[in-house]
Design a protein around this ligand. Structure first.
Ligand SMILES: [Zn+2]
Length: 96
């Protein structure tokens, strides 16, 4: 799956009424020079409701990423590979 990001977007997620931080890790490949960057996106969600990559896509967060290639400055990129949910510290300790 590849999602084309809009060339410009504003950063900032509405946090009203949402209480726990969710982190997602993804890789973006510059549409111009193909440089790949890892990016961690923070969202906020309900407590005890671990999110999935599908939730991430459905949240519309991709459209809010403010991207500019660190190498060439291009503002368009595609998502490469999987979007990975990063467990919170408490979730990670539950597994261990
Ligand atoms: Zn680039």
């Amino acid at each position: 799956m590849a999602v084309l990001l809009p060339p410009t977007a504003t950063r900032g997620f509405a946090a009203l009424g949402l209480v726990q931080e969710r982190n997602f890790r993804l890789h973006l490949r510059c549409a111009d020079c193909s440089h790949v960057e890892e990016l961690t996106i923070r969202l906020f969600d309900e407590v005890d409701d671990p999110a999935t990559a599908t939730d991430f896509y459905e949240s519309g967060a991709l459209g809010q990423i403010e991207y500019a290639c660190e190498r060439c400055g291009c503002e368009a990129a595609i998502v490469v590979g999987e979007v990975e949910y990063v467990p919170t510290a408490s979730e990670a300790s539950d597994v261990a």
